[in-house]
Design a protein around this ligand. Structure first.
Ligand code: F6P
Length: 319
């Protein structure tokens, strides 16, 4: 193996740069060239390449976003698009590809291996933490810290005005971000796609808390469950006091990665190149019980990561 390619693809996640750095440095220290393609799969199709040296990735670990930029590429979902991409990968002498991204991006990697026998390794990076067979994806920890920091501020003003705040967070079809940030913030309730919402019970819960003397009320809502506006509409007339809505949006995807994400990304980038060098591919690097794991891409993509519902039960007791 002489030359590997690397892309970041799909929604960006804090820590992607640390993963790029680890891929580049691990490869270069072992005498392998690294070519980055800008804008994920669309940059492979358009041949937007950059050679990455040891020095090029200095000082990027602490930066949010991705120096290789990212995109969601519709063309790559077609056979023709993948053929164009493969032609450029061949012409650039790419022997293997490391794909850093979420479910859609890892699916693209698997197709390249299955259709063209290109060795690929995936690194799970998405704030949604919805990828099977890895305890954590790169970016999740930073995202949770961002949500907690922002919501803590909302709690201050919620207390002053004795209001209920409905806070909508990302996560696509997963309630992970809402549930975990809800636990960390002491939210009154979380509304997640994994549990059908009962607005009557939710309102009772809020009123009970008010009776106990709680002067603020935070409801974390996962975007995949309902919109914050819908939740507010259902609650306001039931609870009889003021609600306010905050949609945190893309702030959740930005920012300097936490130490946890930097270390996770470094481990996964290092492991991805090490796996390729030992002849392993068509895999995703996962974190399982604290250790790096080689998960067949097919297994990683066979189903969505189920949410551990014991956290939900716990959140009901603690809030
Ligand atoms: O997958 C990451 C994510 O941030 C989801 O949580 C969210 O639904 C989606 O991407 C937003 O995508 P876009 O950046 O294209 O608006």
């Amino acid at each position: 193996m002489k030359r590997i390619g690397v892309i970041t693809s799909g929604g960006d996640a804090p820590g992607m740069n640390a993963a790029i750095r680890a891929v580049v440095r691990t490869a270069r220290m072992r005498g392998i060239d690294v070519i980055g393609f800008y804008h994920g799969y669309s940059g492979i199709i358009d041949n937007e390449i950059v050679e990455l040296t040891y020095k090029d990735v200095g000082g990027i670990m602490e930066r949010g976003g991705t120096i290789l930029r990212s995109s969601r590429c519709e063309e790559f979902k077609t056979t023709h698009g993948r053929e164009l991409a493969m032609k450029n990968l061949r012409e650039n002498g790419i022997d293997a590809l490391v794909v850093i991204g979420g479910e859609g991006s890892l699916t693209g990697a698997m197709l390249l291996e299955e259709e063209f026998n290109l060795p690929v390794v995936g690194i799970p990076a998405t704030i949604d933490n919805d990828i099977n067979a890895t305890d954590m994806c790169i970016g999740v920890d930073t995202c949770l810290n961002t949500v907690v920091e922002a919501t803590q501020k909302l709690k201050d003003t919620a207390s002053s005005h004795e209001r209920a705040f409905i806070v909508e967070v990302m996560g696509r079809k997963s309630g992970y971000i809402a549930l975990m940030s809800g636990i960390a913030i002491g939210a009154e309730a979380v509304v997640i796609p994994e549990v059908p919402v009962d607005y009557g019970a939710l309102a009772d819960r809020i009123l009970e808390a008010r009776k106990r003397g709680k002067i603020n009320c935070i409801i974390m809502v996962a975007e995949g469950a309902a919109s914050a506006y819908t939740v507010a509409r259902h609650l306001e007339h039931r609870i009889g006091y003021e609600t306010r809505i905050t949609i945190l949006g893309h702030i959740q995807r930005g920012g300097s990665p936490t130490a946890f994400d930097r270390i996770l990304a470094s481990r996964m980038g290092y492991e991805a190149v090490s796996a390729l060098l030992s002849g392993k591919h068509n895999i995703m690097i996962g974190l399982q019980r604290g250790k790096m794991a080689h998960v067949p891409l097919e297994e990683a993509l066979s189903k969505k990561k189920p949410l551990d519902m014991s956290y939900y039960e716990m959140s009901l007791l603690l809030s």
